[in-house]
Write a protein that binds this ligand. Sequence first.
Ligand code: ADP
Ligand code: MG
Ligand code: MG
Length: 908
Amino acid sequence: MSSPVKYVYAFSAALTEGEAAMKNLLGGKGANLAEMCRLGITVPPGFTISTEACTEFTDKGQAHVFELIRDEVAQGVARVEGEMGKRFGDPADPLLLSVRSGARASMPGMMDTILNLGLNDEAVVGLARKANNERFAWDSYRRFIQMYGDVVMGLKPVSKEEHDPFEVIIDMVKEKRGVKLDTDLGTDDLKELVQRFKSLIRARIGRDFPTDPWEQLWGAVFAVFESWNNDRAKVYRELNDIPQSWGTAVNVQAMVFGNLGDSSATGVAFSRDAGTGEDLFNGEFLINAQGEDVVAGVRTPQQISRLGSQRWAQLALVNEEERRSQFPSLEELMPDIYQQLLKAETLLENHFRDMQDMEFTIQEGKLWMLQTRNGKRTGAAMVRIAVEMLKQGMIDEKTALLRVAPERLNELLHPVFDTHAVKAAKVIARGLPASPGAATGQIVFFADEAEEWVKQGKVVILVRLETSPEDLRGMSVAQGILTARGGMTSHAAVVARGMGKCCISGAGAVHVDYKARTMTIGDTVYQEGDWLSLDGSTGEVFEGRIPTVEAGLSGDFGALMALTDKYKRLHVRANADTPDDAKVARNFGATGIGLCRTEHMFFAGDRILAVREMILANDEAGRRKALAKLLPMQRGDFEGMFREMNGLPVTIRLLDPPLHEFIPHDEAGQRTMANEMGVPLGKIKMRVEELHEFNPMMGHRGCRLGISYPEITEMQARAVIEAALNMKARGFEVKAEIMVPLVGTVREFDAQAKVIRQTAAAVFAERGEQLEYLLGTMIETPRAAVIADSIARQAEFFSFGTNDLTQMTLGFSRDDAGKFLPDYLRKGIYEHDPFRSIDQKGVGALVEMAVRKGQQARPGIETGVCGEHGGDPASVEFFHGAGLDYVSCSPFRVPIARLAAAQAAIRE
Ligand code: ADP
Ligand code: MG
Ligand code: MG
């Protein structure tokens, strides 16, 4: 009786029913096995049981599926028997099978492959006789029992020490024999292993190892289906957004043997270098081996190509003679096979138009391909392969752009360690990989000393328990930052990411003693001035100095970035507070500054004194006096910004944070401040008391400061306009945009706008010249989004401050969310961190609405985003759809945002 639905699809030289396009039904492995057969590549014959059978298994159980697919599976086996000229279960000359799982998306945590299925005590004798190789037969048998015992019968380690119960036995036998490698075991040893394995299974599971091949086969098939629903697989799917309903396919395939002696081998190959992207056929193989021996690291694998082999020898310090005699490449050892493999590789890469990761086995001088898929690769390799395939005419521009995952560009944007030097370095501690990049420098413990040392021409690593806003300058001159405390969103982590600076946070093993100026890890004490290296991408802390290599937009990376401009609609600006940051941003292709946080310059040099004087002032006159000191400094900063961004817009935000952020909170700091300013400590303490807020993020900040103290707004507006006129006079093209933060009502904006416009008019009158500038607002309170039309009648641009907008819309304090957000994410209440990727349904809807209302009230109004979301690829895609003009992100995320913007436009 044949069922109306087809569940089994053949693949072989004679009959292939599937193809690459059928990944949903056949899984990635099965679909590509079929495609290889269609391309005329030699593949052991077999069949794929579809993912739909797995779904039936999950829904209706094993007995039901057995009825559904029994006949088709029997037919499939019969076809393979015909093609291989052997019978399944024939004790004299058994057909052996592999059973391989394969879902749509590659999924660790699913069932492992079972090889040599069909062996039992009789068949192993037949196999030995037929192959005229007793050792091979018993090696295959012991491997089969090992794999089947583990994945189908569920024999797991009973303790941590045991690791793998079968390996424990193998080690015992090896020790008894006095040999090191599995390959050194003789036939009798292997026979002993088989006996011991079977006894172990009987003892632990309470059942005998199944001797009937059909029972073995069905056991394996159902185990694959079961494994789709094991906890590990479920968790993996949750984490990777893979629907639970997909199911996995099962591939049943004739075995070929790489363990038949010295003319047999098994290996993996890549059509291009997965690390660098170089167009070099490469890979590894092992003689007389089976399955994943090659990646298991038991023996040293040999390289596929001669060039690859020579490069390997250099790294492994193997001389040419030793290489050629002991580790020859496949190209040298089996030139014919190598040529066949090269042909298959070329055919597959041209066919799939992407880098291929392939598995193969050589049985007594004959090559069999076992798998091909688009290979995983580093960020650098993604870029190089995409650009080179474009040049080679293999793919078009859009495909090239889509081939690179924006986030992975991170790997190309920061300095990296010299690959050779880092191999020899010693890891002394680990922390959170808070901000990527590599850094090397001398240890300093204090931010001001970091500045001192750097002035003296040294390179430093700032090591702190944790950092605070007062450390900003020191952080910005350090090569990297290491903190003993704090998480991924600690001050150090967030600021470092913004600066594009390497940072490791929360390295708990690091004990910092500020008094002694030492850092202790275990028993080792490191002094100020000792050399230290950090890998912010892995969280590894190294002892000593490791040379680094700088990143830049050159070569293939530059070519890819240039291509983004051809397709993207969104402009990409940068959040930059200093001319240096602006320069970096411009080099990375930013077409403007979307957010210049004026207060970030307040800590520099003597400015903080003037700022504090203003804060301590008793009245407007006192404040004006202090502001007059700040004016030239701010003007100078803005001139620098306009110079770097010549011809491009620069959006300057008025003072935003609450004033208490500028006064030290600890007694020692306050004392120093009192001495420096010549005011009594009591006065400072009193002011700190007055400025104290229960919820500073909703306190006296943003335009509320300007409402209370219009003279601050006046000074800042004057600094911007004067700087603009000065730079214009020097021949620069200045596009200034003044931005009022945290507006919630039209009147707030009006009040601030009035001060700014009057100040500008006054400066124009004094100078006798005019200049165009834009006056706009941030939209970062939900109320502002709701009344965006009214605001747009007054404001010339909107910039969505999505950090605050998220905080206020969700009612989550960004500084406290770390306490509960992980629970929310684990329980799936939020799918992702709303501070990292925009909450599209809530916050995103407010953005969409405000843009729409803004456009209605003021057609052509300029709209942008300047929150952290501006550098998040998924958010960028959303903002593209919402019709914004630009996103603005930290300088080091500019290339990521550019690529994400291009991809959004292409996918549209
Ligand atoms: P994975 O999904 O982990 O890559 P595979 O199903 O590809 O698992 O199997 C792992 C390895 O087992 C393959 O690389 C290959 O070496 C070996 N293998 C699988 N099927 C066969 C077969 N029919 N003949 C010989 N070796 C096989
Ligand atoms: Mg594989
Ligand atoms: Mg804000």
